[in-house]
Design a protein around this ligand. Sequence first.
Ligand code: MV4
Length: 449
Amino acid sequence: MFRKILIANRGEIALRILCACKELGIRTVAVYSEADRNSLPVRFADEAICIGPPRSAESYLNIPHVISAAEIANVDAIHPGYGFLSENANFAEVCEASHITFIGPTPEAIRLMGEKDKARQEMAKAGVPIIPGSPGVIPDEESARSIAAEIGYPVIIKAAEGGGGRGMRIVRSKDELGAAFQTARSEAEQAFGGPNVYIEKLIERPRHIEFQVLGDRHGNVMHLGERECSIQRSHQKVLEESPSPVIDTKTRNRVGEQVVKALKKIGYSSAGTVEFLREESGKLYFIEMNARIQVEHPVTEMVTGVDLVKSQIRMASGEKLEDVVGPVEFRGHAIECRINAEDPETFTPSAGRITAFRVPGGPGIRVDTAAYADAVIPPYYDSLIAKLIAHGHGRQEAIARMLGALDGFVVEGVKTTIPLHKRILVDPDFVAGNFDTRFLEQLSVLEAK
Ligand code: MV4
Protein backbone atom coordinates (compact mmCIF):
# COMPACT_ATOMS: atom_id res chain seq x y z
CA MET A 1 0.00 0.00 0.00
CA PHE A 2 1.07 3.60 -0.60
CA ARG A 3 2.88 5.46 2.17
CA LYS A 4 1.98 8.98 1.02
CA ILE A 5 -0.46 10.43 -1.53
CA LEU A 6 -0.61 13.90 -3.09
CA ILE A 7 -4.12 15.20 -3.71
CA ALA A 8 -4.08 17.26 -6.91
CA ASN A 9 -7.41 18.97 -6.38
CA ARG A 10 -9.35 21.35 -4.11
CA GLY A 11 -12.66 21.72 -2.32
CA GLU A 12 -14.96 18.88 -1.31
CA ILE A 13 -13.29 16.21 -3.46
CA ALA A 14 -9.85 16.99 -1.99
CA LEU A 15 -11.36 16.51 1.46
CA ARG A 16 -13.16 13.33 0.35
CA ILE A 17 -9.87 11.82 -0.90
CA LEU A 18 -8.06 12.98 2.25
CA CYS A 19 -10.57 11.12 4.45
CA ALA A 20 -10.17 7.95 2.38
CA CYS A 21 -6.38 8.17 2.81
CA LYS A 22 -6.72 8.64 6.58
CA GLU A 23 -8.93 5.56 6.78
CA LEU A 24 -6.27 3.59 4.92
CA GLY A 25 -3.45 4.94 7.13
CA ILE A 26 -1.82 6.80 4.23
CA ARG A 27 -0.12 10.18 4.76
CA THR A 28 -1.52 13.08 2.72
CA VAL A 29 -0.11 16.06 0.88
CA ALA A 30 -2.47 18.87 -0.13
CA VAL A 31 -1.49 21.23 -2.92
CA TYR A 32 -3.23 24.59 -3.10
CA SER A 33 -3.38 27.86 -4.99
CA GLU A 34 -2.98 31.20 -3.23
CA ALA A 35 -6.80 31.50 -3.24
CA ASP A 36 -7.12 28.29 -1.18
CA ARG A 37 -4.56 29.01 1.55
CA ASN A 38 -7.27 28.91 4.24
CA SER A 39 -9.08 25.84 2.91
CA LEU A 40 -9.93 22.71 4.90
CA PRO A 41 -7.84 20.28 2.80
CA VAL A 42 -4.80 22.45 3.59
CA ARG A 43 -5.66 22.40 7.28
CA PHE A 44 -6.33 18.65 7.53
CA ALA A 45 -3.57 17.25 5.31
CA ASP A 46 -0.29 16.12 6.86
CA GLU A 47 1.56 18.51 4.57
CA ALA A 48 0.49 21.33 2.27
CA ILE A 49 2.37 22.93 -0.61
CA CYS A 50 1.39 26.10 -2.49
CA ILE A 51 1.58 25.49 -6.25
CA GLY A 52 0.85 28.95 -7.62
CA PRO A 53 -1.53 31.84 -8.08
CA PRO A 54 -5.34 31.53 -8.01
CA ARG A 55 -5.87 30.93 -11.73
CA SER A 56 -6.16 27.17 -12.40
CA ALA A 57 -3.84 27.32 -15.41
CA GLU A 58 -1.07 28.53 -13.10
CA SER A 59 -1.76 26.14 -10.22
CA TYR A 60 -4.11 23.08 -10.30
CA LEU A 61 -3.57 22.64 -14.06
CA ASN A 62 0.16 23.31 -14.01
CA ILE A 63 1.80 19.90 -14.48
CA PRO A 64 5.41 20.97 -13.62
CA HIS A 65 4.18 22.63 -10.40
CA VAL A 66 2.17 19.58 -9.30
CA ILE A 67 4.99 17.16 -10.14
CA SER A 68 7.56 19.36 -8.34
CA ALA A 69 5.39 19.31 -5.22
CA ALA A 70 5.08 15.52 -5.49
CA GLU A 71 8.85 15.16 -5.75
CA ILE A 72 9.58 17.57 -2.89
CA ALA A 73 7.10 15.72 -0.65
CA ASN A 74 8.34 12.35 -1.93
CA VAL A 75 4.89 10.82 -2.50
CA ASP A 76 4.20 7.38 -4.02
CA ALA A 77 0.98 8.36 -5.76
CA ILE A 78 -1.21 11.24 -6.93
CA HIS A 79 -5.02 11.30 -6.80
CA PRO A 80 -6.34 13.82 -9.36
CA GLY A 81 -10.01 13.89 -8.22
CA TYR A 82 -12.35 15.21 -10.96
CA GLY A 83 -11.81 18.06 -13.42
CA PHE A 84 -8.34 19.69 -13.53
CA LEU A 85 -5.75 17.02 -14.52
CA SER A 86 -7.96 13.98 -13.94
CA GLU A 87 -8.40 13.09 -17.62
CA ASN A 88 -5.10 14.44 -18.91
CA ALA A 89 -3.29 11.45 -20.47
CA ASN A 90 -0.02 13.42 -20.66
CA PHE A 91 -0.16 14.10 -16.93
CA ALA A 92 -0.78 10.40 -16.22
CA GLU A 93 2.27 9.65 -18.40
CA VAL A 94 4.45 12.20 -16.63
CA CYS A 95 3.46 10.65 -13.28
CA GLU A 96 4.52 7.18 -14.40
CA ALA A 97 7.76 8.54 -15.88
CA SER A 98 8.47 10.14 -12.48
CA HIS A 99 7.76 6.81 -10.70
CA ILE A 100 4.62 8.17 -9.10
CA THR A 101 1.43 6.10 -9.41
CA PHE A 102 -1.40 8.01 -11.09
CA ILE A 103 -4.59 6.93 -9.28
CA GLY A 104 -6.73 6.45 -12.36
CA PRO A 105 -6.79 4.54 -15.64
CA THR A 106 -3.72 4.07 -17.83
CA PRO A 107 -2.70 6.97 -20.11
CA GLU A 108 -3.79 4.80 -23.09
CA ALA A 109 -7.30 4.29 -21.69
CA ILE A 110 -7.63 8.01 -20.86
CA ARG A 111 -6.50 8.93 -24.38
CA LEU A 112 -8.95 6.49 -25.99
CA MET A 113 -11.91 7.84 -24.00
CA GLY A 114 -10.86 11.43 -24.79
CA GLU A 115 -11.29 10.70 -28.49
CA LYS A 116 -15.06 10.32 -28.52
CA ASP A 117 -15.28 8.90 -32.05
CA LYS A 118 -12.74 6.17 -31.21
CA ALA A 119 -14.35 5.38 -27.85
CA ARG A 120 -17.65 5.03 -29.68
CA GLN A 121 -16.15 2.60 -32.22
CA GLU A 122 -14.42 0.54 -29.52
CA MET A 123 -17.60 0.20 -27.49
CA ALA A 124 -19.56 -0.80 -30.61
CA LYS A 125 -16.95 -3.44 -31.50
CA ALA A 126 -17.30 -4.85 -27.99
CA GLY A 127 -21.08 -5.14 -28.30
CA VAL A 128 -22.38 -1.97 -26.63
CA PRO A 129 -25.16 -0.29 -28.66
CA ILE A 130 -24.21 3.09 -30.14
CA ILE A 131 -26.39 5.70 -31.84
CA PRO A 132 -26.51 5.28 -35.65
CA GLY A 133 -23.94 7.64 -37.15
CA SER A 134 -20.64 8.06 -38.98
CA PRO A 135 -18.21 5.14 -38.69
CA GLY A 136 -15.50 7.54 -37.48
CA VAL A 137 -14.59 11.19 -38.01
CA ILE A 138 -16.06 12.76 -41.15
CA PRO A 139 -13.37 13.76 -43.66
CA ASP A 140 -15.36 16.32 -45.66
CA GLU A 141 -18.72 17.98 -46.27
CA GLU A 142 -19.66 15.50 -48.98
CA SER A 143 -19.29 12.50 -46.62
CA ALA A 144 -21.26 14.43 -44.00
CA ARG A 145 -24.09 14.84 -46.50
CA SER A 146 -24.24 11.21 -47.51
CA ILE A 147 -24.07 9.92 -43.92
CA ALA A 148 -26.78 12.34 -42.76
CA ALA A 149 -29.00 11.35 -45.67
CA GLU A 150 -28.46 7.69 -44.83
CA ILE A 151 -29.26 7.91 -41.09
CA GLY A 152 -31.96 10.55 -41.64
CA TYR A 153 -32.48 14.01 -40.20
CA PRO A 154 -32.32 15.46 -37.60
CA VAL A 155 -28.67 14.71 -36.84
CA ILE A 156 -26.11 16.06 -34.40
CA ILE A 157 -22.50 16.94 -35.23
CA LYS A 158 -20.08 16.46 -32.33
CA ALA A 159 -16.44 17.42 -31.81
CA ALA A 160 -14.33 14.26 -31.50
CA GLU A 161 -12.33 15.82 -28.68
CA GLY A 162 -15.23 17.71 -27.15
CA GLY A 163 -17.56 16.02 -24.72
CA GLY A 164 -19.78 17.03 -21.85
CA GLY A 165 -22.00 18.95 -24.25
CA ARG A 166 -19.29 21.20 -25.64
CA GLY A 167 -18.89 21.54 -29.41
CA MET A 168 -22.21 20.06 -30.55
CA ARG A 169 -24.46 21.22 -33.40
CA ILE A 170 -27.96 20.04 -34.21
CA VAL A 171 -28.85 19.86 -37.92
CA ARG A 172 -32.57 19.56 -38.72
CA SER A 173 -32.47 19.49 -42.53
CA LYS A 174 -30.05 19.11 -45.43
CA ASP A 175 -30.10 22.89 -46.08
CA GLU A 176 -28.41 23.50 -42.72
CA LEU A 177 -25.78 20.80 -43.08
CA GLY A 178 -23.02 22.60 -45.02
CA ALA A 179 -22.84 25.61 -42.73
CA ALA A 180 -23.18 23.48 -39.57
CA PHE A 181 -20.39 21.12 -40.64
CA GLN A 182 -17.97 23.99 -41.34
CA THR A 183 -18.81 25.88 -38.11
CA ALA A 184 -18.57 22.69 -36.05
CA ARG A 185 -15.11 22.01 -37.47
CA SER A 186 -13.73 25.49 -36.89
CA GLU A 187 -15.20 25.59 -33.37
CA ALA A 188 -13.69 22.20 -32.60
CA GLU A 189 -10.34 23.40 -33.96
CA GLN A 190 -10.41 26.48 -31.73
CA ALA A 191 -11.86 25.04 -28.55
CA PHE A 192 -10.52 21.46 -28.46
CA GLY A 193 -7.59 19.40 -29.61
CA GLY A 194 -8.46 19.45 -33.29
CA PRO A 195 -11.06 19.97 -36.03
CA ASN A 196 -12.36 16.39 -36.12
CA VAL A 197 -16.13 15.90 -35.90
CA TYR A 198 -18.51 12.94 -36.19
CA ILE A 199 -22.24 12.59 -36.76
CA GLU A 200 -25.01 10.85 -34.86
CA LYS A 201 -28.74 10.65 -35.30
CA LEU A 202 -30.33 13.16 -32.91
CA ILE A 203 -32.21 11.62 -30.02
CA GLU A 204 -34.98 14.02 -29.03
CA ARG A 205 -35.74 14.44 -25.32
CA PRO A 206 -33.33 11.76 -24.08
CA ARG A 207 -32.71 10.76 -20.49
CA HIS A 208 -29.09 10.75 -19.38
CA ILE A 209 -28.25 7.49 -17.59
CA GLU A 210 -24.72 6.45 -16.65
CA PHE A 211 -23.17 3.25 -15.34
CA GLN A 212 -20.49 3.29 -12.62
CA VAL A 213 -17.62 0.86 -13.16
CA LEU A 214 -14.55 -0.22 -11.21
CA GLY A 215 -11.59 -2.10 -12.62
CA ASP A 216 -8.37 -3.38 -11.08
CA ARG A 217 -4.92 -3.62 -12.66
CA HIS A 218 -5.33 -7.37 -13.30
CA GLY A 219 -8.06 -7.15 -15.94
CA ASN A 220 -11.10 -7.50 -13.65
CA VAL A 221 -14.01 -5.10 -14.10
CA MET A 222 -17.41 -4.78 -12.38
CA HIS A 223 -20.33 -2.38 -12.62
CA LEU A 224 -22.14 -0.76 -9.70
CA GLY A 225 -25.42 0.03 -11.36
CA GLU A 226 -26.60 3.27 -12.88
CA ARG A 227 -27.27 6.88 -12.00
CA GLU A 228 -30.04 8.99 -13.45
CA CYS A 229 -28.56 12.41 -14.39
CA SER A 230 -31.26 13.99 -16.53
CA ILE A 231 -31.82 16.95 -14.19
CA GLN A 232 -29.27 19.28 -15.80
CA ARG A 233 -28.97 22.89 -16.88
CA SER A 234 -26.52 24.09 -19.57
CA HIS A 235 -24.81 20.67 -19.41
CA GLN A 236 -24.26 21.06 -15.66
CA LYS A 237 -25.84 18.34 -13.58
CA VAL A 238 -28.00 19.70 -10.78
CA LEU A 239 -29.47 16.58 -9.13
CA GLU A 240 -28.59 12.90 -9.58
CA GLU A 241 -30.08 9.69 -8.23
CA SER A 242 -29.58 5.95 -8.14
CA PRO A 243 -31.26 3.78 -9.22
CA SER A 244 -32.86 5.45 -12.25
CA PRO A 245 -36.67 5.37 -11.96
CA VAL A 246 -36.81 3.82 -15.47
CA ILE A 247 -34.19 1.06 -15.22
CA ASP A 248 -35.41 -2.35 -14.05
CA THR A 249 -33.22 -5.16 -12.73
CA LYS A 250 -33.16 -6.98 -16.05
CA THR A 251 -32.01 -3.89 -18.00
CA ARG A 252 -29.42 -3.04 -15.31
CA ASN A 253 -27.96 -6.53 -15.48
CA ARG A 254 -27.99 -6.67 -19.28
CA VAL A 255 -26.43 -3.23 -19.91
CA GLY A 256 -24.10 -3.64 -16.93
CA GLU A 257 -22.80 -6.90 -18.39
CA GLN A 258 -22.29 -5.29 -21.82
CA VAL A 259 -20.29 -2.50 -20.24
CA VAL A 260 -18.15 -4.87 -18.17
CA LYS A 261 -17.35 -7.02 -21.18
CA ALA A 262 -16.36 -3.98 -23.27
CA LEU A 263 -14.15 -2.45 -20.58
CA LYS A 264 -12.37 -5.76 -19.95
CA LYS A 265 -11.59 -5.88 -23.65
CA ILE A 266 -10.29 -2.28 -23.60
CA GLY A 267 -8.23 -2.96 -20.46
CA TYR A 268 -9.90 -0.30 -18.33
CA SER A 269 -8.84 0.10 -14.71
CA SER A 270 -9.89 2.37 -11.80
CA ALA A 271 -13.26 4.09 -11.43
CA GLY A 272 -15.08 5.20 -14.55
CA THR A 273 -18.49 6.16 -15.85
CA VAL A 274 -20.11 4.96 -19.04
CA GLU A 275 -22.71 7.45 -20.26
CA PHE A 276 -25.85 6.47 -22.15
CA LEU A 277 -28.75 8.29 -23.70
CA ARG A 278 -32.10 6.60 -23.28
CA GLU A 279 -34.62 7.29 -26.02
CA GLU A 280 -38.34 7.30 -25.30
CA SER A 281 -38.66 3.71 -26.55
CA GLY A 282 -36.49 2.66 -23.61
CA LYS A 283 -33.43 1.80 -25.70
CA LEU A 284 -30.04 2.82 -24.25
CA TYR A 285 -27.15 3.99 -26.44
CA PHE A 286 -23.55 4.61 -25.40
CA ILE A 287 -22.42 8.24 -25.91
CA GLU A 288 -19.13 8.68 -24.04
CA MET A 289 -17.04 7.51 -21.11
CA ASN A 290 -15.59 9.55 -18.28
CA ALA A 291 -12.25 8.16 -17.12
CA ARG A 292 -12.37 9.60 -13.59
CA ILE A 293 -14.22 9.61 -10.28
CA GLN A 294 -17.28 11.82 -10.74
CA VAL A 295 -18.93 14.51 -8.65
CA GLU A 296 -22.05 12.34 -8.24
CA HIS A 297 -20.23 9.16 -7.10
CA PRO A 298 -21.80 9.34 -3.59
CA VAL A 299 -25.25 8.21 -4.77
CA THR A 300 -23.68 4.96 -5.96
CA GLU A 301 -21.77 4.64 -2.67
CA MET A 302 -25.01 5.02 -0.72
CA VAL A 303 -26.89 2.31 -2.63
CA THR A 304 -23.99 -0.17 -2.88
CA GLY A 305 -22.07 0.48 0.34
CA VAL A 306 -18.85 0.55 -1.71
CA ASP A 307 -16.33 3.32 -0.96
CA LEU A 308 -15.33 4.21 -4.52
CA VAL A 309 -12.41 6.46 -3.62
CA LYS A 310 -10.91 3.94 -1.21
CA SER A 311 -11.38 1.26 -3.88
CA GLN A 312 -9.56 3.40 -6.45
CA ILE A 313 -6.61 3.83 -4.10
CA ARG A 314 -6.40 0.16 -3.12
CA MET A 315 -6.62 -1.05 -6.71
CA ALA A 316 -4.05 1.51 -7.92
CA SER A 317 -1.68 -0.05 -5.39
CA GLY A 318 -2.25 -3.45 -7.03
CA GLU A 319 -5.00 -5.04 -4.93
CA LYS A 320 -7.51 -7.23 -6.72
CA LEU A 321 -11.12 -6.18 -7.30
CA GLU A 322 -12.46 -9.27 -5.49
CA ASP A 323 -10.38 -8.46 -2.40
CA VAL A 324 -11.47 -4.81 -2.39
CA VAL A 325 -15.16 -5.12 -3.28
CA GLY A 326 -17.24 -8.14 -2.32
CA PRO A 327 -20.43 -9.06 -4.16
CA VAL A 328 -22.58 -5.92 -4.41
CA GLU A 329 -26.24 -5.65 -3.58
CA PHE A 330 -28.29 -2.57 -4.39
CA ARG A 331 -30.03 -1.22 -1.31
CA GLY A 332 -32.65 1.50 -1.37
CA HIS A 333 -32.51 4.78 -3.23
CA ALA A 334 -30.15 7.77 -3.07
CA ILE A 335 -30.43 11.34 -4.37
CA GLU A 336 -27.73 14.01 -4.53
CA CYS A 337 -28.42 17.73 -4.71
CA ARG A 338 -25.55 19.93 -5.80
CA ILE A 339 -25.59 23.05 -3.66
CA ASN A 340 -23.91 25.67 -5.82
CA ALA A 341 -23.17 29.27 -4.97
CA GLU A 342 -25.16 30.86 -7.72
CA ASP A 343 -27.63 33.58 -8.43
CA PRO A 344 -31.08 31.95 -8.91
CA GLU A 345 -32.07 34.58 -11.52
CA THR A 346 -28.98 34.69 -13.74
CA PHE A 347 -27.50 31.24 -12.91
CA THR A 348 -24.10 32.96 -12.69
CA PRO A 349 -21.67 31.92 -9.92
CA SER A 350 -22.13 33.94 -6.74
CA ALA A 351 -18.68 34.23 -5.21
CA GLY A 352 -18.12 35.75 -1.79
CA ARG A 353 -17.91 35.06 1.92
CA ILE A 354 -20.16 32.49 3.57
CA THR A 355 -21.34 34.27 6.71
CA ALA A 356 -23.39 31.43 8.25
CA PHE A 357 -23.22 27.70 7.53
CA ARG A 358 -25.21 24.92 9.13
CA VAL A 359 -25.39 21.42 7.67
CA PRO A 360 -28.28 19.00 8.24
CA GLY A 361 -27.90 15.44 9.52
CA GLY A 362 -30.08 12.55 10.62
CA PRO A 363 -30.84 9.10 9.23
CA GLY A 364 -29.73 8.64 5.63
CA ILE A 365 -28.21 12.11 5.26
CA ARG A 366 -24.65 12.73 4.04
CA VAL A 367 -23.00 16.07 3.29
CA ASP A 368 -19.77 16.26 1.27
CA THR A 369 -18.35 19.75 1.59
CA ALA A 370 -15.23 21.77 2.31
CA ALA A 371 -17.22 24.89 3.16
CA TYR A 372 -17.48 26.49 6.62
CA ALA A 373 -18.76 29.70 8.20
CA ASP A 374 -16.43 32.55 7.19
CA ALA A 375 -14.99 30.64 4.21
CA VAL A 376 -14.64 32.54 0.97
CA ILE A 377 -15.94 31.07 -2.31
CA PRO A 378 -13.32 32.25 -4.80
CA PRO A 379 -14.44 33.28 -8.30
CA TYR A 380 -11.77 31.22 -10.05
CA TYR A 381 -13.23 27.72 -9.78
CA ASP A 382 -16.59 25.96 -10.09
CA SER A 383 -19.20 27.13 -7.62
CA LEU A 384 -19.99 23.84 -5.84
CA ILE A 385 -20.33 24.52 -2.08
CA ALA A 386 -21.67 21.17 -0.94
CA LYS A 387 -23.23 17.93 -2.07
CA LEU A 388 -26.25 16.91 -0.04
CA ILE A 389 -27.04 13.20 -0.35
CA ALA A 390 -30.18 11.51 1.00
CA HIS A 391 -30.62 7.75 1.17
CA GLY A 392 -33.92 5.99 1.87
CA HIS A 393 -35.50 2.57 1.60
CA GLY A 394 -37.25 3.75 -1.53
CA ARG A 395 -37.37 6.84 -3.77
CA GLN A 396 -40.22 8.41 -1.80
CA GLU A 397 -38.33 8.20 1.47
CA ALA A 398 -35.18 9.58 -0.19
CA ILE A 399 -37.16 12.56 -1.53
CA ALA A 400 -38.79 13.20 1.86
CA ARG A 401 -35.44 13.00 3.67
CA MET A 402 -33.88 15.34 1.10
CA LEU A 403 -36.66 17.92 1.52
CA GLY A 404 -36.20 17.84 5.30
CA ALA A 405 -32.44 18.19 4.96
CA LEU A 406 -32.75 21.12 2.52
CA ASP A 407 -34.96 22.88 5.09
CA GLY A 408 -32.25 22.39 7.69
CA PHE A 409 -29.40 23.53 5.44
CA VAL A 410 -28.42 27.14 6.16
CA VAL A 411 -26.04 29.04 3.89
CA GLU A 412 -25.85 32.83 4.29
CA GLY A 413 -23.72 35.38 2.49
CA VAL A 414 -23.97 33.81 -0.97
CA LYS A 415 -27.00 32.79 -3.03
CA THR A 416 -27.43 29.05 -3.56
CA THR A 417 -29.37 26.45 -5.51
CA ILE A 418 -31.20 25.26 -2.36
CA PRO A 419 -34.50 26.93 -3.42
CA LEU A 420 -34.22 25.34 -6.89
CA HIS A 421 -33.84 21.87 -5.36
CA LYS A 422 -36.93 22.38 -3.19
CA ARG A 423 -38.95 23.20 -6.32
CA ILE A 424 -37.65 20.18 -8.24
CA LEU A 425 -38.39 17.75 -5.41
CA VAL A 426 -42.09 18.71 -5.15
CA ASP A 427 -42.72 18.83 -8.89
CA PRO A 428 -45.39 16.19 -9.75
CA ASP A 429 -43.48 14.99 -12.85
CA PHE A 430 -40.25 14.67 -10.90
CA VAL A 431 -42.00 12.80 -8.10
CA ALA A 432 -43.56 10.46 -10.68
CA GLY A 433 -40.13 9.82 -12.23
CA ASN A 434 -41.48 11.28 -15.43
CA PHE A 435 -38.77 13.60 -16.85
CA ASP A 436 -35.97 13.95 -19.40
CA THR A 437 -32.97 16.23 -20.02
CA ARG A 438 -35.30 19.18 -20.78
CA PHE A 439 -37.02 19.04 -17.37
CA LEU A 440 -35.30 22.14 -15.93
CA GLU A 441 -35.94 24.28 -19.03
CA GLN A 442 -39.63 23.52 -18.69
CA LEU A 443 -39.69 23.97 -14.92
CA SER A 444 -38.45 27.55 -15.30
CA VAL A 445 -40.83 28.29 -18.19
CA LEU A 446 -43.81 27.07 -16.15
CA GLU A 447 -42.77 29.04 -13.11
CA ALA A 448 -42.43 32.25 -15.08
CA LYS A 449 -46.11 31.98 -16.03
C1 MV4 B 1 -26.83 13.82 -27.89
C2 MV4 B 1 -28.14 14.29 -27.74
C3 MV4 B 1 -29.08 13.84 -28.63
N1 MV4 B 1 -28.73 12.98 -29.62
N2 MV4 B 1 -26.53 12.96 -28.87
C4 MV4 B 1 -24.90 16.44 -24.40
C5 MV4 B 1 -23.79 16.09 -23.49
C6 MV4 B 1 -22.96 15.13 -24.25
N3 MV4 B 1 -22.32 14.22 -23.36
C7 MV4 B 1 -23.92 14.48 -25.19
N4 MV4 B 1 -25.07 15.33 -25.23
C8 MV4 B 1 -26.12 15.03 -26.02
N5 MV4 B 1 -25.86 14.16 -27.04
C9 MV4 B 1 -27.48 12.58 -29.71
N6 MV4 B 1 -27.15 11.72 -30.71
C10 MV4 B 1 -28.43 15.17 -26.69
C11 MV4 B 1 -27.41 15.55 -25.82
C12 MV4 B 1 -27.82 16.46 -24.78
C13 MV4 B 1 -27.80 16.07 -23.44
C14 MV4 B 1 -27.34 14.84 -23.05
C15 MV4 B 1 -27.32 14.46 -21.73
C16 MV4 B 1 -27.77 15.35 -20.78
C17 MV4 B 1 -28.21 16.60 -21.13
C18 MV4 B 1 -28.23 16.98 -22.46
C19 MV4 B 1 -28.69 18.24 -22.79
C20 MV4 B 1 -28.70 18.61 -24.11
C21 MV4 B 1 -28.25 17.72 -25.09
